[in-house]
Write a protein that binds this ligand. Structure first.
Ligand code: ZN
Length: 187
């Protein structure tokens, strides 16, 4: 007999790497298998409809916006699979919340940016990645040279960590092209 058990999956990467599409793919597969799926996102991400997770190809699945990480626990009891999008924007309690859900038998699938625009680990992401059973790092294509990209290069000058509206404000870059432009900017 195999005991039912929870676990944590992380889908991470830079902008334009298809994180939300991959989250939706996994959640839809679970839904097709008859599992009860719930999806949450931080209220800060108001780029698109508040009630829906919308990825860039409009392949959407309905979701619940929440103000804090702890709120997810209140909404979660009846579900087998918990998806969390844009998880990098949550408060630090999200690490404990994700662990709690998995300890209570949930499959937890989170997606988020692993690095911010300054190439620093983004908020709670390193901690969630450390405690997760599975970590998938996706890549975009460098918009300068066509290599595999892991960095989100910000085209506008701003020190704000939360700068949304990604298609105009960011480019996916490989390591070389990211640091080349950062060096030129700081020169
Ligand atoms: Zn490049």
């Amino acid at each position: 007999m195999v005991q039912p058990t929870g676990w944590v999956e992380v889908i991470c990467g830079c902008m334009f790497s298809g994180k939300t599409e991959e989250l939706i793919r996994r959640l839809k597969r679970a839904q097709l298998a008859g599992q009860k799926v719930a999806i949450f996102k931080p209220v800060i991400d108001v780029r698109y409809h508040l009630e829906n997770i919308v990825s860039h190809n409009n392949n959407h699945i309905s979701s619940t916006p929440v103000q804090s990480a702890k709120e997810i626990i209140m909404h979660a009891p009846d579900h087998d699979v918990i998806g969390i999008d844009e998880v990098q924007f949550f408060d630090p309690n999200i690490v404990e919340v994700v662990g709690w859900l998995a300890n209570h038998g949930k499959r937890v699938v989170v997606s988020g940016l692993d690095m911010d625009f300054a190439a620093k680990p983004f908020g709670p992401m390193p901690s969630i990645m450390a405690v997760a059973e599975f970590v998938t790092k996706l890549h975009a294509i460098c918009m300068k040279c066509g290599n595999e990209a892991s960095y989100s290069y910000r085209l506008v000058r701003s020190e704000e960590t939360f700068l949304l509206g990604e298609t105009e404000a960011y480019e996916a870059r490989c390591r070389h092209c990211y640091y080349q432009s950062m060096d030129e900017r700081n020169a």
